[in-house]
Design a protein around this ligand. Structure first.
Ligand code: PMP
Length: 420
């Protein structure tokens, strides 16, 4: 096989390309938590498609179901026509995920990706309440189209819009300022006493753990208080679980630990199970106010993704699946805590929840150096945060323990190398 001429990327692909710069190899094959490049080099995957591959690469059961479906000439594209894979998925989602958690949501397929579900959520919240403003949070990441970008708390990304992004009030996320200064004190005051000049918003949108923004985990009490404030003031709470959902924090939804019942939930990335594009917007039945066709899209619900997504949901039938994520999360937490203690020059802080973890380095460039050293040693790991100050551990939740431990060993070697 001829090797890929890398010039094609430089000559033809836009300058905006990003991950291929962090991981300079041409990848050909992947299985579970291992990836291979065309030179035959093997990598442990602690990136998991930025959270789109929580079940790893090429899961055997999902692959077989997909092959069987394709071989039977199962319909691929159908807009939002009724299909059997969609019915099977909806039934499984309701029975395995929603009902056991006491959640009653209507499900909408807003389009193929994460940004589509956020757009739908914002639009619906505005339509339902008749209000315009949305409260979002510093370092939040919600997508790259105009609506989702407008609630993304990252100045660099926002500049890419080329127009002012309006009707959004961005507030400090939990712990953004200091431990003593709680954003919600201010929010409560502005909601109850007015005088801020800001209209009562339609909704708040947030991640319970900010992924791209630096693995910032909001405290349980902070989330619960925010939910209470929203309820008191008739503001809709939108949880963007595109990255933190589908097992990443140790439970199917990231908000289960805090016992929240958001009005609207955004899901994408790993919901398709196999890395196939699928997005869901969940909302309380009373919010189901759009007329047929009032929000639509050509690629709403992909039948191949429904097939793999249904197989993926089977994992959640056994309590051991969730327990195994939590066991691995503890292992990672202990390891990272030990690294921070053992290497004081790293000036590191352990961040995150579940298998959504990272170390923030006081010297921002150090996080990038650790990730680059890790890549040289066969570990794929990205950085997060406004200044890329966090190296981010995002293994598949199905990663075997020995592979997880091997990846952690590479991280320690990489920290040592980066510190010189
Ligand atoms: N919300 C969150 C929390 C995300 O992390 C992302 C993607 N990183 C998105 C929305 C947007 O998803 P997509 O890239 O699929 O449009």
């Amino acid at each position: 096989m001829n090797k890929t001429d890398m010039k094609i990327f430089e000559e033809k692909e836009s300058e905006v390309r990003s991950y291929c710069r962090s991981f300079p190899a041409v990848f050909t094959k992947a299985k579970g938590s291992t990836m291979w490049d065309e030179d035959g080099n093997e990598y442990i995957d602690f990136f998991a498609g930025a959270g789109a591959l929580n079940y790893g690469h090429n899961d055997e059961k999902m692959k077989q179901a997909l092959v069987d479906y394709i071989m039977s000439d199962g319909i691929t594209h159908s807009l939002d026509m009724a299909t059997s894979p969609k019915a099977t998925f909806l039934t499984a989602f309701n029975q395995i995920i929603l009902e056991p958690r006491g959640l009653n949501y209507k499900v909408m397929f807003p389009g193929p990706t994460g940004t589509n579900t956020v757009e739908a959520a914002l639009k619906l919240a505005r339509k339902v309440t008749g209000r315009t403003d949305i409260i979002s949070f510093t370092n939040g990441f919600h997508g790259m189209t105009i609506g989702s970008l407008s609630v993304t708390g990252n100045a660099f990304k926002r500049k890419g819009a080329g127009i002012p992004l309006t009707n959004v009030v961005t507030m400090p996320y939990d712990n953004f300022l200091t431990d003593e200064l709680d954003t919600l004190d201010y929010l409560e005051q502005f909601l109850t006493e007015g005088g801020s000049g800001v209209d009562i918003p339609a909704a708040v949108i947030l991640e319970t753990v900010q992924g791209e923004g630096g693995i910032n985990a909001a405290r349980t009490e902070w989330l619960q208080r925010l939910e209470r404030l929203c309820k008191e003031h008739d503001i809709l709470m939108i949880i963007d679980d595109v990255q933190a959902g589908i097992g990443r924090t140790g439970t199917f939804f990231s908000f289960e630990e805090a016992g929240l019942t958001p009005d609207i939930v955004c899901l994408s990335k790993s919901i398709g199970g196999y890395g196939l594009p699928l997005a869901l917007t969940l909302f309380k039945p009373e919010l189901d106010i759009w007329e047929p066709g009032e929000h639509n899209g050509t690629f709403r619900g992909n039948n191949h993704a429904f097939v793999t997504a249904t197989v993926a949901l089977e994992n959640w039938k056994t309590p051991d699946f969730q327990d195994s994520i939590q066991r691995k999360a503890e292992l990672v937490h202990h390891f990272l805590t030990a690294i921070v203690e053992k290497y004081p020059d790293l000036k590191g802080t352990v961040k995150g929840r579940g298998l959504m973890k990272g170390i923030r380095c006081e010297d921002c460039s150090l996080a990038g150096s650790v990730a680059a050293e890790a890549f040289k040693r066969g570990l794929i790991m990205e950085t997060a945060g406004f200044d890329d100050e966090v190296f981010k551990l995002f293994p598949a939740v199905t990663i075997p323990e020995e592979t997880l431990k091997a990846g952690l060993e590479i991280i320690e070697e990489s920290v040592r190398a980066a510190l010189g």
